[in-house]
Design a protein around this ligand. Structure first.
Ligand code: MD3
Ligand code: FE
Length: 245
């Protein structure tokens, strides 16, 4: 479903095998070299979610190679198989077929064949085939992995530390949540609430890339036993930082 131009929700995209593989991988990444931690905010608070990063370490409000706010270690590398997963996610959410109309045009809220489609989404020049080329050229180099337990939630915010306009790929596993997708002007209304469930893919590109969003609540559930997750909610976002190397 196209929630807004560039914001595409694909329910149930991850099969059980991939969900389990991701849960296992997140468990391993969460043990180190930089463990899952409640990120400390500059104002003195801490985030209620626990987060671990790959490739680059996010700390409010910048990326670094080492986790200076945790244990000083260099974060785990961003694995090539996640680049592949990100490209597949993009291709399937936006449609491989540039200019074909349908999904690709709908995703960006522009008419089919408009040359601005891929350019708008990726901030690069694009001709025919721009969407497919864009998906192939998509090279996420960081992942932020959030784990929600108990009453953990995430306030309305924008992700602006990346120096790339490439889309963000979001994968959800475990308990369902209310995801709130807002607008680019303020953290207030209008917004659209969407329930995200285990296995859902959400892609945020084009005009949606810098919109306010948040997770006001996680709904009660049993996690995702088929994926080996007994409780809580895992969200994995893939991003291009636009930073060197
Ligand atoms: C829209 N995570 O890590 S995923 C985050 O479920 C974050 O843990 C939420 O917001 C979560 O920054 C929401 C959906 C999401 C992620 C990044 C976005 C939506 C986005 C970046 C730009 C626009
Ligand atoms: Fe975010």
């Amino acid at each position: 479903a196209v929630v807004a131009p560039g914001a595409v929700h694909v329910p149930g995209w991850l099969g059980a095998d991939l969900r389990r593989e991701l849960v296992d991988a997140c468990r391993a990444w969460g043990r180190g070299p930089v463990p899952f931690r409640h990120t400390a905010l500059p104002g003195g608070g801490v985030m209620s979610v626990r987060t671990v990063c790959l490739g680059w370490h996010w700390q409010p409000y910048r990326y670094s190679r080492t986790a200076d706010d945790v244990n000083g270690a260099r974060v785990a590398a961003f694995p090539p198989w996640l680049v592949g997963l990100g490209r597949r996610a993009l291709a399937e959410a936006y449609g491989e077929d540039a200019g074909a109309g349908g999904v690709a045009a709908g995703a960006y809220g522009v008419e089919a064949g408009a040359g601005g489609v891929a350019a708008g989404a990726y901030g690069v020049e694009a001709g025919a085939g721009g969407v497919a080329a864009g998906a192939g050229g998509y090279t996420p180099d960081t992942a932020l992995i959030n784990f929600y337990e108990g009453n953990a939630r995430m306030g309305m915010h924008r992700d602006r530390e990346e120096r790339s306009t490439a889309p963000v790929v979001s994968l959800s596993i475990g308990d369902p949540c209310v995801f709130r997708f807002g607008n680019t002007a303020s953290r207030g209304r209008p917004w659209t609430d969407v329930e995200l469930r285990s296995g859902d893919l959400f892609v945020f590109g084009g005009p949606s890339r810098f919109a306010y969003h948040g997770v006001p609540k996680v709904l009660p559930g049993a996690g995702d036993p088929a994926a080996g997750l007994a409780g809580g909610r895992l969200n994995i976002t893939l991003r291009e930082t636009g930073l060197p190397r």
